[in-house]
Design a protein around this ligand. Structure first.
Ligand code: UTP
Length: 528
């Protein structure tokens, strides 16, 4: 089997002829694999991407760190203007109710969809399956995907009840990658889509880019195989375009899209309050944020830079900028809008971005130790030093194209607890589980149930449990029937339904008469 001269020419033109260096050593099958890989690469895109980041890469590689370069951004960044921002802590109850009603109305009219970013490799978590399948060891053993599916179902139900409709549909678009596509689909299929209709879940795969060495040459994973990496969660925009997803949204009369990351166990999918706020602000693009825990928390902040809005990473600003306080003696940080990968977009905005600006979205450099064939032709599965880069786009890089941007602040303890790490003090399965259960304790307290005074301690240190199914409550509602009841841990509140039986034994069944569906509750001691 010989190489087509056109392929050779293409590689020469793209300055990537080294990809054929081991051709003579390969058997026919390997040669076919290599040619297929080469044919799949858009060399123009790869080289343009490298050219765009080359300067930044060289500056960093020459030992110049960000703090030594002039901090232009610190001088020009400003907080989000008040008229574009809102906060769940500052809005009145009436205002929140209005937002909620508006959001629910849009849901009841099936104008809202959710879009899950589930293409990441979850390297820090280190499991060999998609992160959404992870079970943080709740009593119910529900995975992140199942929790999300059940929140969708509950919200559809709430919208139907509120607006007397029957078919409120929140279509679930799921962005996967070559690392997650197959297993994710299989998992959903084998769990009967967690009671959602199959036709309302749409998987679509993001594209890949080869990993490059520091000089821009494509790295070989094997002598016959190119390295490939997902193009970052900002690969969403290319995939929206190439996979026909925007057309599907239009076909379904969807107008608003809630985009979110897979790993936040507290995520409020299609949160009607957030949607309502965005509608009220007439936003084309918006972000949910939380206050930073400490000024130097490693989280991007949303701010205004010049006339545009963007996320500025903590590493991009000086420490003194991160520490700046508001002049009003409130002790609040000036740059305090922590990005939590929860975004609102109108379909029109996405259409505009995908058609006109997708190519303008810059690539970010992730320097990595990439398993690859080294310069001596040896496969190194665990490089000891950084040997290459992956190029990624970020989902929030479209903010600068927004004409009517808005930012909605929520409480971290209610809405943000991501699963990132396999161990440590932060963002692990243990912290996710704890945060979800503590939220459920608060919901019970707010509903007027009587709980032991040291209940938080029992959850945090003694390992007792409190879990409320998302099918029962989306955000703390629907628990009023527990008012005045004395409960003790463990508490497990679930709902029997036709599509999926709860996998726990449910000793008590309470049937309610006020329009709330039958609920089963299991608790160590429920006292009437
Ligand atoms: P992270 O940046 O936290 O990446 O992704 P990750 O893959 O989950 O974890 P690490 O960094 O490898 O440990 C934030 C969100 O963006 C999605 C992830 O699935 C997650 O929901 N993502 C990331 C994609 O959809 N595609 C990508 O190429 C990268």
């Amino acid at each position: 089997m010989e190489i087509d001269s056109a392929v050779r020419q293409r590689l020469t033109n793209a300055n990537q002829i080294h990809l054929l260096a081991y051709w003579s050593e390969l058997n026919d099958e390997q040669r076919q694999i290599l040619l297929r890989d080469i044919n799949e690469v858009d060399f123009e895109r790869v080289n343009q991407a490298y050219d765009a980041i080359k300067q930044e890469l060289l500056t960093e590689t020459n030992g110049q760190t960000k703090t030594e370069t002039p901090q232009v951004i610190d001088d020009i960044m400003e907080p989000i203007p008040d008229h574009m921002a809102g906060s769940i802590n500052e809005a009145s109850k009436e205002q929140l109710d209005t937002y909620r009603q508006q959001g629910l109305k849009a849901v009841s009219e099936s104008n809202v969809c959710v879009l899950l970013l589930a293409g990441g490799q979850g390297t820090r978590l280190g499991v060999d399956y998609p992160k959404g399948m992870f079970d943080v060891d709740l009593p119910s053993k529900k995975s992140l995907y199942q929790i999300q599916a059940e929140r969708i179902r509950r919200l559809e139900q709430l919208a139907n009840e509120q607006y007397n409709t029957h078919n409120a549909t929140i279509t679930w678009f799921i962005l996967t990658s070559e690392h997650t596509q197959e297993q994710t689909e299989k998992y959903f299929r084998s769990h009967n889509c967690f009671g959602l209709k199959r036709e309302n879940i749409i998987f679509f795969e993001q594209h890949t880019l080869p990993a490059l060495d520091l000089q821009g040459k494509i790295l070989l994973e094997e002598k016959y195989k190119l390295t490939k990496a997902a193009d970052g969660n900002g690969g969403l925009y290319r995939a929206l375009k190439t996979r026909g997803v925007l057309d599907e949204m239009k076909k379904r009369h969807i107008k608003y899209v809630h985009v979110y990351g897979v790993d936040n166990i507290l995520v409020r999918l299609a949160d009607p309050i957030f949607i309502g706020f965005c509608l009220e602000k007439n936003a084309d693009c918006a972000a949910k944020v939380v206050k930073k825990t400490i000024p130097t928390e490693a989280v991007g902040v949303i701010c205004k830079v010049g006339e545009r809005f963007q996320v500025v990473e903590y590493s991009e600003i000086l420490e003194q900028t991160a520490h700046r306080k508001k002049p009003d003696n409130s002790d609040e940080l000036v740059f305090n809008a922590g990005n939590i990968c929860n975004h609102f977009f109108t379909v029109d905005f996405l259409q505009d971005v995908c058609q006109k600006h997708e190519n303008e979205l810059r690539y970010h450099i992730a320097k990595k130790k990439i398993p690859a064939i080294d310069n001596n032709g040896v496969h190194v599965s665990k490089p000891t030093q950084i040997n290459g880069i992956k190029l990624e786009k970020f989902v929030f890089d479209v903010f600068p194209f927004s004409k009517t941007f808005a930012v909605w602040e929520v409480c971290r303890e209610d809405e943000f607890s991501p699963l990132k790490n396999s161990s440590g003090a932060k963002d692990t399965a243990i912290t996710c589980r704890r945060d979800l259960m503590l939220q459920h304790v608060r919901w019970l307290q707010q509903s007027g149930a009587h709980l032991p005074s040291d209940i938080e301690k029992h959850i945090e240190t003694v390992g007792k449990t409190c879990e409320i199914s998302p099918l029962v409550s989306y955000a703390g509602e629907n628990l009023e029937y527990l008012k005045g009841q004395k409960l003790e841990l463990p508490i497990s509140i679930d709902k029997k339904n036709d599509k999926q039986e709860p996998d726990i034994d449910l000793p008590k069944k309470i049937t309610l008469t006020n329009g709330i569906k039958p609920i089963s509750i299991q608790t160590n001691g429920i006292h009437h």
